[in-house]
Design a protein around this ligand. Sequence first.
Ligand SMILES: *Cc1c(COP(=O)(O)O)cnc(C)c1O
Length: 458
Amino acid sequence: MELPFSESYKIKMVEPVRRTTREERLKWIDEAQYNLFKLKSDYVFIDLLTDSGTGAMSDKQWSEMMLGDESYAGARSYTKLKDTIEEILGFPYFLPTHQGRAAENVLFSTLVKEGHIIPGNSHFDTTKGHIEFRKATAIDCTIDEAFDTTLDHPFKGNVDLVKLEKVYKEYGKEKIPFTVVTVTCNSSGGQPVSMANLKAVYELSQKYGIAVLFDSARFAENAYFIKIREEGYAEKSIKEIVREMYQYADMMTMSSKKDAIVNMGGFIGLKDQELYRQACTFNIMFEGFVTYGGMSGRDMNALAQGLREGTEFDYLETRIKQVQYLGDKLREYGIPVQYPIGGHAVFVDAKKFLPHVPKEQCQAQTLGVELYIEGGIRGVEIGTLLADRDPVTRENRYPELELLRLAIPRRVYTNNHMDYIAAALKNVWDRRESITSGYNITWEAPIMRHFTVELEKA
Ligand SMILES: *Cc1c(COP(=O)(O)O)cnc(C)c1O
């Protein structure tokens, strides 16, 4: 008998979770104004809101916590992280920050000015927020295939080079401080970018004198997909693939809460010393001195160890196979999900799931609320609420995709949890015809409204 696939770790510590009743959940979600971000975590049985900072650290990472050096300047922990970043990612200059958006804040304060254009592949919401906050414009150059959830394409995160070149020709390097390549592409469904595309984007950008920034939160998952799906990489290690990927980047911003498997942290990686010097000023102003930048020494130690573990094939295989296990189960039930299944999450196509709910009433949010009521599972809307209003016209932006994202925390849940999630969503699927109305906004913030929005039943 062939031995089945099995996890590459065992469990050393557990945290109890409580099942809740449907009546309790109906009450709590109403009190939360139908915003899943406003629910207490104790009211959630399985939390798939995000895979950001929700992973389980390893025994080695916890040991590293004890070795942290908390010196204000020149800490050993800083040097350890610096050396690890240079070894794994190839950046000689780095700045620690407290999380990914802080890295964006520091770097974009250095580089982005009013009127600038930042092309990229479906910019992440905080990235776009930091661009628009500076009165610059993000232009999405993702390949069209990314927007058809049923289409099988191995690298749906790819940048469309024709679209990108058009932007380069129109605005030129005077208006474009850099291009952002998001690996893997979160907003388009955790979809990877191929090595060939990374190389082509870099070469095209070089031709126009424009720098390339990798938004790197899930760079290791991207490398896994290159190994599995792209010709010529099957025999290469993840670490070799990562080094090759970063030949095609001038800078990186990192949310370490993702592929570096820590609960908090981020950094900027740079190849240019002059740019590093300029960014240091903003790091000191916003984050802290350049050798800690918003992180404790112990946290920098755990992050360095997390970068090593996060780029091990066995860990990545366990992680991505669990996400695929859930996705395949949902497909078996006939539920419309983004295909192929992404690295960190399963994306349910809410437009196809709830076609009777008008788009003005937030289809993906409606599905998220239904899944919570059904099983105490918390996903997150990647749709109209997240897309926010146009900064100029203030009109609602209706994105091409209305998705409910079920993000799987790293090394946290078992496949029994995946079975439970699939069954709960199947129950909602079976009663989908009866769901004909969604939610209206009663209050929203002027920017990044999805976190705090208040809703009522339509
Ligand atoms: C999470 C994420 C960010 C922002 O990082 P935070 O640590 O949440 O501030 C930026 N880009 C991408 C692609 C992300 O997934």
